[in-house]
Design a protein around this ligand. Structure first.
Ligand SMILES: [Zn+2]
Length: 317
């Protein structure tokens, strides 16, 4: 389903009934004057890919096989980050359209490491089929060898439009947001979700302190419209971003208070903060607590020992 959001922005929505969260990854098409670009690529499975190719054809995007008459050339597939729900479809879409794959230069190594699944979408154990496909998706994402590597502040042109690259790390090291200057529209990737809060992996894959700095950087753009990595479009971007900053600050205060009460292991913190947690979300919850603890350690506020679930706070100021 193609949903026009503004005259230059179209959402290429594909329903994924099996997806473990309420909102599948968003893919957006930006177009102007005979040129077009994609923000993210969605999944590589036949269903996702076939539906997106059909939508691109209907929208008049030129295909290499040249069957249908075309109005626009797809010049870029811009990946906000390497996670396979956003990146695994890119190599197939590139092959069909001739577009160039664009990533931030700090994301390339993550994208090209197919054996490393840390930080990717967490698929519940009872979804056996999707879990089996996850390995393939990770390998497919790694086939999107970048054609263009960008840095913060670089500008890509699509017709007369200016797409400013905004390095906004935290969710991943080379996470990229795109600011469409003419419409003050901010493509936020997984830094902001239309509903709920984004998961931030602990270092080395993510970084909570950097994530909060990135949110402030995004706020400074004063966007009129925000297009998240998952879920509905956000019409008041700065209010939404402030909610995320406040949520993280409250969570941090809560963790500091619990540690002061002697709850000094990751396990006891997860239990205290998420008392009614669905077992399937345990890994994600644990990751969030560890990310906050790493931030506090990097600020010299405590010292950590051990790894993962066994991590403990051993010293605090
Ligand atoms: Zn992600």
């Amino acid at each position: 389903m193609a949903i026009e959001i503004t005259p230059h922005i179209i959402s290429l929505h594909v329903d994924l009934p099996w997806f473990p969260q309420p909102y599948p990854p968003n893919v957006f098409l930006i177009r102007d004057g005979g040129e077009a670009a994609l923000i993210d690529s969605g999944f590589s499975d036949d269903d996702s890919y076939d539906k997106r190719i059909a939508l691109l054809g209907e929208l008049g995007i030129r295909m290499r096989d040249g069957a249908a008459p075309a109005r626009s050339a797809l010049t870029y597939i811009i990946l906000t980050h390497h996670h396979y729900d956003h990146a695994s479809g890119a190599y197939r879409l590139r092959a069909a359209t001739g577009a160039q794959v664009v990533v931030h230069r700090d994301e390339e190594a993550l994208l090209l490491s197919p054996e490393d699944e840390t930080g990717d979408l967490e698929i519940p154990e009872d979804q056996k089929e999707a879990r089996a496909r996850a390995k393939q998706w990770r390998e497919d994402a790694a086939k999107a060898t970048p054609d263009v590597r960008v840095a913060d502040g670089d500008v890509l042109r699509v017709g007369a439009l200016h797409l400013r690259c905004v390095h906004a790390p935290g969710h991943t090291a080379g996470h990229l947001c795109i600011f469409l200057e003419e419409e003050r529209a901010l493509f936020a990737g997984d830094n902001v979700l239309g509903v709920g809060t984004a998961a931030i992996s602990p270092p080395p894959h993510g970084d909570m302190a950097e994530y909060i700095r990135s949110l402030r950087k995004m706020q400074a753009l004063d966007a009129a419209l925000l297009l998240p990595g998952h879920g509905p479009v956000v019409r008041e971007p700065n209010r939404k971003i402030q909610e995320l900053i406040d949520h993280r600050r409250q969570r941090e205060d809560q963790i500091v208070a619990l540690i002061a009460q002697g709850k000094d292991s990751v396990k006891t913190l997860v239990k205290a903060i998420y008392p009614e947690l669905d077992k399937r979300l345990n890994g994600m919850a644990t990751g969030q607590i560890i990310s906050h603890l790493h931030k506090l350690q990097s600020e010299g506020k405590l010292r950590l020992e051990g790894k993962g679930e066994e991590m403990r706070v051993v010293g605090r100021q």
